[in-house]
Design a protein around this ligand. Structure first.
Ligand code: PEP
Ligand code: MG
Length: 593
């Protein structure tokens, strides 16, 4: 039982990645097996808890030994060896020492300390790009479950709750996140992750408040604790006091009012006070978001991340299934355009076959257009499906992770081949699709004019462009503070892209998360961006913000930013401009205090 007095309000901080506020009890899980109950123990009980741990270990060893003997008798010595790995885990001195230390220092029950320590090891192992070691995590999970059962053999394992809850996990993969049941999971908190990880992007698409990078969440939080998640500020408040609850209820009310106010401008143009018109479109990953795209006031879809559809399945969907989906999307957004981004597997979007071999540096590896140009069979299926959807609405396509003009020419050649094939088949299609390139690699930004000569538009993927420019892994919380959208190098590469595009009279968009950052909008508008593509939930606020900006002022801000050498100073300039133009909006959309 939790000791008396545990009900005091505690606020935990992390990185806010998906806005929203929810009230619900926590459900703490870790991949592989459920978290045991956690409770504090008085100092005098430390030796007893350590003894309970020893006993559970001994019992587990005895069980494994007798299992090994039985298997050896039935199947021979070789088969019996499979339990050696399990036994080794129970004798690993580093693990044992850490568990004993955790019981002493944290004064928490032994099963929970054991579970949390092992969880940390497991997560570290899952990240090792060695398939043998990764496979061994299954053995370790297995033996851990057994030890946990042996603390209290009579109890059953915890089940997934069917009530509404806030999920707490060490990490969630993009596919774990995509599989979340939005009716039951009202928010999630993880120890890993960052704002531009795909897990965060998906949380925003699903409209679930999320906080990541919350250190020691698994250790500190326990299932069924009442809590409030604040996805604006990156907070989790457990045992919220009456006044905190009142504050958040009031805030929810205000947000609802704000939504009503934003609804009023839904059908207006995205135009600055001095008449510069931008296109504002939406980023989506799932078909179920189409309704929200319409109601958000977006002018079409500027980025459809097709990999979530393509990689979700055991087997890649063929041309027919893709063509049917793309057609439904094109019809739904008509008369606006939808831009399909061709498969961008790799990085943190880890597919099964055919990219099953782990790579030492996945973000620098076989991803985006590199993968598509190597797997032309899959690439051409997708291209034909997109061209066929072009017969049902306005369709564009763009290639991800392009590093130079050669890749663009090769990809365009394949588009031309696909057009010919569809023509020969007598299939309905449109050759009149806009073809664009994502600018996500610094080398591509530097040769933007050469690329622009080949295509109809450039769309800047700032999530990757920033990571590759400043050499900061976008999902690693340790280096997250170095991931700076206003780094002068990034600002100048955006400018180089816009200049390259205008030299050839084509438009430039931004579809990375930077496009939806209200503090940075004055800079993007001033740099001459023509299109902004943002998560659907951000469309109304971005529209309102652009409608409050003066383009001439933004252009002079951009000139100053381009001459500035420090990201902090550029960020300050942007904040000042945003504060001056839409202070209420900034307060409402970002802050909960
Ligand atoms: C980007 O890199 O900014 C982008 C939009 O693509 P993704 O986030 O899917 O890598
Ligand atoms: Mg990208």
């Amino acid at each position: 039982m939790p000791p008396e007095g545990q009900e005091k309000e505690i606020v935990y901080e992390g990185t806010p990645v998906s806005p929203g506020i929810s009230f619900a009890p926590l459900h703490v899980v870790a991949r592989g097996f459920a978290s045991p109950e956690v409770y504090n123990i008085p100092e005098a009980m430390v030796p007893r808890e350590q003894q309970r741990f020893r006993e559970a270990l001994e019992l587990t060893k005895d069980q494994l030994d007798s299992l090994r003997t039985q298997i050896e008798q039935i199947s021979g010595e070789e088969e019996g060896r499979i339990f050696e790995a399990h036994l080794l885990v129970l004798e690993d001195q580093t693990v044992l020492d850490r568990v004993f230390a955790a019981i002493t220092e944290r004064r928490q029950n032994a099963e929970y300390c054991f579970y949390a320590v092992v969880q940390t090891f497991l997560e570290a192992m899952r990240r090792i790009p060695d398939p043998y070691l990764r496979d061994r995590t299954a053995d370790i999970e297995d033996v851990c479950k057994r030890v946990l059962r042996n603390f209290s053999p009579e109890e059953d394992e915890e089940e997934e709750p069917d009530h509404q809850h806030i999920l707490v996990a060490y990490d969630l993969s993009p596919s774990d996140t995509a599989a979340i049941d939005r009716n039951r999971v009202l928010g999630f908190v993880t120890e890993q992750g960052s704002n531009t990880s795909h897990t965060a992007i998906l949380a925003r698409s699903l409209g679930i408040p999320a906080v990541v990078g919350m250190r020691n969440a698994i250790f500190n939080l326990r299932t069924l604790t009442p809590a409030i998640i604040d996805g604006y500020e990156g907070r989790l408040i457990v045992y919220p006091s009456e006044s905190t609850s009142r504050h958040y209820r009031k805030l929810l009310n205000e947000k609802a009012q704000m939504r009503l106010a934003l609804d009023e401008i839904r059908d207006t143009e995205t135009v600055t006070t001095d008449g510069r018109r931008l296109t504002l479109s939406a980023n989506i990953e799932f078909e179920h978001e189409l309704e929200v795209v319409k109601s958000s006031g977006a002018e079409g879809i500027g980025l459809f991340r097709t990999e979530f559809f393509l990689l979700e399945r055991e087997e890649a969907p063929g041309e027919e299934e893709q063509a049917a989906l793309y057609k439904r999307v094109a019809e739904s957004v008509a008369p606006h355009e939808v831009i399909f981004r061709t498969l961008d597997a790799g990085g943190d979007k880890v597919p099964g076959e055919p990219l099953s071999e782990p790579e030492p540096n996945p973000f620098l590896g076989w991803r985006g257009i590199r993968f598509s140009l190597a797997r032309r069979d899959l690439f051409k299926e997708q291209l034909r499906a997109i061209l066929r959807a072009g017969a049902s609405g306005r369709v564009g396509l763009m290639f991800p992770l392009v590093s130079g003009v050669t890749e663009v020419r090769e990809a365009k050649k394949l588009v031309a081949e696909c057009i010919e094939e569809l023509e020969q088949r007598g299939e309905e299609y449109s050759a009149d699709v806009e073809v664009g390139v994502m600018i996500e690699v610094p080398s591509a930004a530097m040769v933007a004019a050469d690329i622009a000569a080949e295509v109809d538009f450039l769309s800047i993927g700032t999530n990757d462009l920033i990571q590759y420019t400043v050499a900061v892994d976008r999902i690693n919380p340790r280096v997250a503070s170095l991931y700076k959208s206003t780094h002068p190098g990034v600002v100048r590469l955006i400018k180089a892209t816009v200049d390259g595009a205008s030299k050839h009279g084509i438009w430039t968009g931004v579809c990375g998360e930077m496009a939806g950052d209200l503090e940075l909008l004055p800079l993007l508008v001033g740099l001459g961006i023509d299109e902004l593509s943002v998560g659907t939930h951000l469309v109304p606020a971005v529209k309102r913000a652009v409608r409050s900006l003066n383009y001439a002022d933004c252009a002079s801000l951009a000139t100053k930013a381009l001459a500035c050498g420090e990201s902090r100073v550029i960020l300050e300039m942007c904040r000042t401009a945003a504060e001056a133009a839409y202070p209420d909006l900034l307060k409402q959309t970002r802050r909960s205090t």
